[in-house]
Ligand binder design. Sequence first.
Ligand SMILES: [Zn+2]
Length: 144
Amino acid sequence: MSPPMLIPCPHCGGLNRIPAQRLGDNPVCGRCKHTLLPAAPFELNQASFASQLQGDLPLLVDVWADWCGPCKAFAPTFAQAAHQLQGRVRLGKLDSEANRQLAGQLGVRSIPSLILFRGGAEVARQSGALPLPQLLAWLAGQGI
Ligand SMILES: [Zn+2]
């Protein structure tokens, strides 16, 4: 038996313990009953970011803004990645206009930016959008 994985709920932030072999069974949050590992990206903000950084699955953040054409063009690709990688990596979107302070703390200079966190620390960053095959290859290079 592998030890349980710690997974923060994207809805309420509650930290859940899920056996690794159950990750593919669409686990729900013990507190709010929302799905823990949605097949679509979830919204991040200044308040939720610290809790969403926790846990045992990596977190991929898409930093975007409403005025950014390339960001909007990339959104469907990011959503497809969330679908394909469900249960292996958590995908969150950070609106850099609504969360300027956090985007600044993360050192975001251009958008879209993709930042991969593991164990609460940044492990990789990609500036600019990627087509889905390249995005998946980039993540595979990070062990995802
Ligand atoms: Zn919850």
